[in-house]
Design a protein around this ligand. Sequence first.
Ligand code: X2X
Length: 334
Amino acid sequence: MSFMKLGRFALATALATTLGLGAAAAETLRLSHNTGDGTTWHKGAERFGELLAERSGGEMEVRVFPNAQLAGGDQMRQADMVGRGALDLVVTSAINVTPLVPEMAVFSLPYLYANYDQVDATTAEGGPAERLAEILEEKGIKVLAWGENGFREVTNNVRPITSPADMAGLNMRVAGPMYIDVMNALGANPQQMQWTETLTALQQGVVDGQENPIGAVIIPQQVFEVQRYLTTWHYSYDPVFLGISKAKWDSYDAETQAMLQETAAEAMDYQRQITREGTATGLDFLRERGMEVYEPTEEELAAFREATQPAFDQWAERVGPDLVQSFRDAIASA
Ligand code: X2X
């Protein structure tokens, strides 16, 4: 094959391989995310960096910074920073972006989704999540690919949660605005707190409980060390996405953009896959580690759904009824 037929990056790879070059990358991109370095978020980000280095023939490399450290530990500020071009790349979840883009709360409306097929129908190519990508792009954030935080499950140290009444009076750490309203609807005392401060707060009893997905966060961040009870109430789904600053994106030629997008899709597919695997085997693991796991019946889930309805209605209004309907339509056809 002639070099003429190869793209710029394939050529760079071929040369680097031939010459055995380990030269420094021409460009280092900084990627911020807001969980620890053992999570599936981190692994997905690392995979993106590995693939990108390979495909750019070492011209591009990614440095991954966990725990929102580039945003001074403020998980909600990352999106804003990417939007302004102060960060190149971000892996974060929908709820963290709601202060900047309230419409992102659509994904996490209580009990919107019942299963992964429904989720996938909304984030698939041509699906309603593309509208969110458009809105984010207006804010300076180009979504390269959707990944997964997952269905958020509740944990606490006071009692097993089997009904909304069990939530009454519990001091619950939450990540963002919508979950405050959901917790209030359930009669709990919600408190917004950075994720990086939450494990200590749980350990010291500053809060009684929290809610997070099993495979992406609860297991890799060892929440089981500081929490006794877990209920699989599946009350809210939270996607992650890999995004790049629009200014950065616009600086690349079409070939580079295509490579970034393909590489991101592959990395986030991997991230989603390991997240779902970890979730599937997660309950057994958590029981072995001493957690008391409660799996609600359909009837019990219906009671949680009913109790959270006021928060659903309030946020559906804020997100926009048309957007909610577009998600409902995709879900109905899943
Ligand atoms: O802060 C959380 O709970 C986490 C890690 O799930 C998010 O970033 C939403």
